[in-house]
Design a protein around this ligand. Structure first.
Ligand code: SAH
Ligand code: ZN
Ligand code: ZN
Ligand code: ZN
Ligand code: ZN
Length: 494
């Protein structure tokens, strides 16, 4: 299956269900990409890493029709092996048990190597920075570990207590007893802490994450080294079995997934992985529910709504603003700070979500769901239309609600920003990048998360692209839009 309008400017991900196997990089099977130029002519297809958007992080590149020499295949395999974790999940688990039983003054964590140290290893790390680890700290790996801050592929933004307890309380309230944590290490650790406190309904959890530093703190049935962009389990069958056991609902223990992927990630491959998880879940259930979907929550910025709904039509976006400890701008809006653009997308009925009144949410009795206080119900549209946390206004000419900063433009026949390139042909075609008729490519919010730089240069290096007027134009345009984009991007990477 292929799909136009991918997240990337002019780069499309091709997800084939055929039997052609993709070559592997250290992050598992690569994804197949295709460069599309404006005229619609298709470029040469190539394989690139599913997880890393920057070639600095994974340099894998291969044309689809490229003949790869035996020597290069061997070198590639060696490279893939060299990037594997040194310990198996079982080994790190038994290390953890040893570590936990040490006296306090022998419990050390090496900050430089990001590992727990056993006494016999202290010597070898003596020139490194290390800290003592209390029992309480050992239960909070997401505090102990330094958040990865790679801006492009793997910046780790950890939930505030407010957001994590909201999520856990809500899901527990909806009757879920098992939480599949995909890229949500903090939820996993809070579940374990809450179980210890015994104030809440006990919950089970399984963490799937690409950051194998977390393997140090969990047993085999609590952590799997996983890539959510290609549904790849680094430990193969053993991990698949762990996931299957977890997704099996016995004694009425309902399972739900909560995923918080890196925001630069491509929507289509993520949606594909989540669908595969749902499929696994469905197969494990009794035959009568063969058409139901696994309950899921996908945490992502609001401007990805059209893309997510396109890939997963049964999802809706909730108004709840998710905020993060280590992200200056992703804070809750109420105190006048900048509002977080991050929302919850879910296939669970939005009616089930009670958003906290004291944080500025209200119940809309017409829509029968909780919305942000500034999201006023429009009687003409019969919805609470705001997506971005601001109060939208109705335009009678467009017959819909639009952002407060937009004005109706007579010559374009639609609402747009006052400084839009008026009457430009591109405007009538909509956005080349995401297909939306609402904006031009220049203003496309999704484009901020594209993979252009890397693949663009690859294509150039391949020498296959004779400079084509439309390419040159696109390039010039990107430059002129750089200032505006940088401003938008600041909200994503600060
Ligand atoms: N808010 C979450 C953390 C989100 S940060 C919390 O507080 O728990 C994104 C998470 O996704 C990180 O844990 C990161 O390690 C993980 N991640 C990033 N890329 C991934 C990939 N390709 N596959 C699986 N997990 C990934
Ligand atoms: Zn890779
Ligand atoms: Zn060290
Ligand atoms: Zn309206
Ligand atoms: Zn209008």
């Amino acid at each position: 299956m292929t799909e136009a309008n991918d997240d990337s400017f002019g780069i499309e991900v091709i997800l084939e269900d055929g039997d052609k196997t993709a070559p592997c990089c250290p992050h598992g099977p690569t994804l197949l990409f295709e460069k599309i130029s404006k005229g619609g002519e298709k470029g040469r297809r190539f394989y690139a890493c599913s997880a890393c958007r920057d070639r600095k992080d994974c340099k894998f590149f291969q044309w689809e029709d490229e003949k790869v020499s035996e020597a290069r295949l061997l070198a590639r395999e060696a490279e893939n092996r060299s990037q594997r974790p040194l310990l198996t999940q079982q080994e790190s688990c038994s290390r953890f048990k040893k570590f936990a039983s040490l006296p306090l003054d022998e419990k050390k964590f090496c900050q430089d190597c990001q590992i727990l140290l056993l006494p016999k290893e202290h010597e070898a790390h003596s020139s490194h920075r290390s800290t003592a680890v209390t029992a309480a700290q050992l239960r909070r790996p997401s505090v102990l570990l330094r958040p990865l801050d790679n801006k492009k592929s793997n910046a780790q933004y950890l939930f505030t207590d407010r957001s994590s307890h909201f999520l856990l309380d809500t899901l527990a309230g909806l009757g879920y007893r098992k939480l599949l944590c995909v890229g949500t290490p903090r939820l996993q650790e809070l579940i374990k802490l809450r179980n210890l406190e015994q104030k809440h309904e006990p919950m089970k959890s399984l963490l799937l994450d690409i950051d194998f530093r977390y393997a140090q703190f969990y047993s085999q049935d609590e952590f799997c080294h996983y890539n959510m962009f290609n549904h790849h389990f680094f430990d193969g069958e053993a991990s698949r079995a762990v996931l299957q056991a977890f997704l099996t609902e016995c004694d009425g223990e309902k399972v739900v997934m909560v995923a918080d992927p890196p925001f630069g990630g491509l929507v289509k491959p993520l949606a594909n992985s989540f669908s595969l998880i749902s499929q696994t879940w469905r197969k494990l259930r009794s035959s009568d529910s063969s058409d139901s979907d696994m309950p899921m929550m996908w945490i992502f910025p609001y401007f990805f709504e059209p893309r997510i709904l396109e890939c997963l039509p049964s999802f809706t976006m909730l108004d709840y603003q998710v905020d993060y400890d280590n992200h200056l701008l992703y804070k809750h809006g109420k105190t006048g700070r900048k509002q977080s653009p991050v929302r919850l997308f879910t296939n669970i009925s939005p009616r089930g979500f009670v958003l906290p009144k004291e944080e500025g949410y209200r119940f809309c009795s017409v829509c029968e769901r909780f919305v942000w206080s500034l999201n006023k119900h429009c009687v003409k549209c019969n919805v609470c239309p705001s997506k971005d946390g601001r109060e939208w206004k109705h335009c009678s000419a467009c017959e819909k609600c639009v952002k407060p900063s937009w004005r109706h433009c007579q010559s374009c026949g639609r609402c747009a920003l006052p400084d839009h390139p008026c009457g430009h042909a591109e405007g009538r075609e909509g956005c080349f990048n995401c297909g939306s008729p609402e904006h031009k490519r220049k203003a496309c919010p999704v484009k901020d998360a594209h993979r252009v730089s890397r693949h663009h240069s690859n294509a150039k290096n391949g020498g296959k692209h004779a400079p084509h007027p439309s390419h040159l134009k696109a390039k010039a345009k990107r430059k002129s839009g750089a200032a505006r984009r940088a401003k938008k991007m600041a909200a994503l990477s600060a």
